[in-house]
Write a protein that binds this ligand. Sequence first.
Ligand code: NAD
Length: 356
Amino acid sequence: MRKYNIGLLRGDGIGPEIVDSAVRVLQAVGEKYDIQFTFTPYLIGGAAIDACGKPLPEETVKGCLGSDSVLLGAVGGPKWDTLPGNLRPEKALLGIREAMGLFTNLRPAKLYPALKDECPLRADIVANGFDIMIVRELTGGIYFGQRGYRQGKYGEEAFDTESYSRMEIERIARVAFESARKRRKKVISIDKANVLETSRLWRKTVHEIAEEYPDVEVSDMLVDNAAMQLVRNPSQFDVVVTSNMFGDILSDEASQITGSIGMLPSASLGDTSRGLYEPIHGSAPDIAGQNKANPIATILSAAMMLLYSFNETQAAESIVAAVDTVLNEGYRTADLARGGAALSTTEMTDKIIQRL
Ligand code: NAD
């Protein structure tokens, strides 16, 4: 029997409900594939502020670093919105990513055939569906560069700077090519090489790494064009690799064209197999504690953990297939039901477990 220790960061709002759903699915899939999971909860976000005055206690960091992998719900809520920036629940997210050395963010954006009507794009554009994996660099670029205020030509001005080292580009490019090998073997690298020096180094380095992956097709696209192509013809994309800021913006655009924020998982990875897996949505305080949240994004995040951290391909695929089946059978949580019959969080979880 394979054994894995999973750190649980339930967080705030709907976080505890959706993490508990994913735990039940993991336990069920574990029984089926002879895998034993041990779950250890740690405090994060508003829950941690209430318990010990800070959003990311040291025990949480230590616990996550000692786990085989980590599953996170979501943090934040109106109760903590008036706290100063460094004490806000969201600060814990940057802190835990940094502490775990996570430099890659994987964000799949997939349109499920059963949910085509949720997609805001015209039916003919998404006739073939789409399944995109956005690989975003997470710890470099303009979000981490030098910044400040100074006196300029027109008085006070603010500045932020983008820098990327060859090493940072090489390692994220390798993640993209490896990921493409598990998919349709196509990488599109997105940059702004007609203007930015960092983008020119980005492009050159991605092509150097591409030589190690002759079985994967590589091409470049300017970020402004990519923003258009995502809504004109999303099915042309397989793996997209891009910098921190471009990835931040494009992954939100890609998630919106799937039409369903409650469906999208994500993974943040570093040099080791330990990752941080979480749904892309927030803590949804408006529906917290009502057993209404869609648990699928978190359940699919757990499936990504099985695939990327533990190499448990069969177990991961069985979760994805069960979600597909339940959606094809017409079951919906309230966010997808358009006022029709809706399952609760626990009922949707039960259905998925039954179909494993
Ligand atoms: P949100 O994603 O929490 O909610 C946006 C809307 O989508 C709400 O109407 C909500 O009910 C709905 N929604 C989200 N997830 C859902 C699910 N699983 N099932 C059904 N409906 C769902 O975004 P927001 O309202 O902008 O933020 C709320 C709080 O979450 C804020 O404090 C914000 O800072 C925080 N937040 C946290 C994270 C994170 O922990 N990674 C990410 C984004 C926002």
